[in-house]
Design a protein around this ligand. Structure first.
Ligand SMILES: Cc1ncc(COP(=O)(O)O)c(C=O)c1O
Length: 366
């Protein structure tokens, strides 16, 4: 037996949608599925416009590039996130400015944002890490005070809610990923959602080589090819039909882990679950906090021996040389060294979760 960390929930519906699309001949980035997926996903988020992209990374870059961010600008990002959040800032020529995490939610610490703002700061990119919303009220009020844009990186939190509003709909735009391990997938793919029509139009232009609307085959702007294919959008539409079921299963998985890990809560920390947040628990996670004999890496190694896959938390991204950051972020360092993502696929059943938890308890007891 091998229990992977993540497996997509795909089946006959996705297969039928792909076959139908391939048979139609509309296999590139022109086609009805794209428009339907953009409009249905935007309205799922409570917004008007969606711009489908080739990945979550290109969604982030397209969003930043379309808002005019470039050399000389500074963008505030968390130091604990997937590296694409900061890479996308670098692609524009702007500088990512890192902020430490907070213990409560593992997300960017809003208390430490203001001290990083100067005249060059243009935007904040909060990330809703592992499916748990960041503290958006504080972040939005800082953004208002200093006239900054807020672009949410929602790659890991489709459908999560912050005080009854879907994350991705709270700032100027939300950037999603549909990579194979995400809440819903299109294989590779992404989307920017927004209520700003002009901004959505600008993104559609730059997504397609900077094309002119008035003159065919005329490209007055420096754009990209960041388009999603009609085949990917067909998969996305089939996945969107299942999103509520997938999220309900993720929440059940979280509750089941909580139940079986209860006996050892003095040795580990469980995934955050704040009362104001409706987390989607993209990756159910624990922190190995005990001062005991077993290290985080050792626990992961021993889980692998019995067929249980796991993943360490992201490497603190401010430490990559190219970002030229010389600060020390204590909470990020701690989380990155203690955190493990446990198997979180929608296909998990109770006996598998019990097996995983029994093994964690046994190994930590050794
Ligand atoms: C927080 C975060 N941002 C951005 C991305 C980039 O998405 P993609 O892999 O689709 O480019 C990911 C995921 O992979 C992510 O987890």
């Amino acid at each position: 037996m091998f229990i992977p960390v993540a497996q997509p929930d795909i089946g006959e519906e996705e297969l039928d949608a792909v076959i139908k699309t391939v048979k139609s001949g509309w296999i590139s980035s022109i086609g009805e599925n794209i428009l339907e997926f953009e409009s249905k996903y935007a309205s799922y988020c409570g917004l008007k416009y969606g711009v489908a992209t080739s990945s979550g990374t290109t969604a982030l870059h397209l969003c930043l590039a379309s808002s005019g961010i470039g050399p000389g600008d500074e963008i505030i990002v968390p130091s604990l996130t997937f590296v694409a959040t900061a890479n996308a800032v670098m692609y524009t020529g702007a500088k990512p400015v890192f902020v430490d995490s907070e213990l409560q939610t593992w997300n960017i610490d809003p208390q430490q944002i203001e001290s990083k703002i100067n005249k060059n700061t243009k935007a904040i990119i909060p990330v809703h890490l592992y499916g748990h919303p960041a503290k958006m009220d504080q972040i939005l009020s800082i953004a208002r005070k200093y006239n900054l844009a807020v672009y949410e990186d929602v790659a890991e939190a489709h459908g999560a809610k912050y005080r009854n509003n879907r994350v991705g709909s709270l700032g100027n735009a939300g950037c999603f990923s549909f990579f194979g391990n995400k809440i819903i997938t299109t294989g590779e793919g992404g989307m920017v959602v927004t209520n700003n029509k002009k901004f959505a139009e600008k993104m559609k232009t730059l997504r397609d080589h900077g094309t002119s609307k008035r003159r065919r085959y005329y490209y007055p702007w420096l754009g990209f090819n960041y388009r999603m294919t009609n085949i990917q959008a067909a998969i996305g539409l089939a996945q969107l039909e299942k999103i509520d079921k997938i999220i309900a299963k993720k929440k059940w998985i979280a509750g089941t882990y909580e139940k079986y890990l209860k006996p050892i809560v003095q040795k580990i920390e469980l995934s955050p679950h704040e009362s104001w947040a409706d987390s989607v628990f993209w990756m159910y996670s624990i922190l190995v906090t005990s001062t005991g004999k077993i290290s985080r890496d050792n626990l992961m190694f021993k889980l692998k021996e019995v067929g249980i896959d796991s993943r360490p938390f992201f490497y603190p991204i401010h430490r990559y040389k190219r970002f030229d950051c010389h600060e020390n972020f204590k909470i990020t360092e701690y989380l990155a060294s203690a955190g493990i993502n446990l198997p979180s696929s929608p296909s998990l059943d109770e006996s598998q979760i019990r097996f995983i938890c029994e093994n964690i308890i046994r190994i930590l007891d050794e």
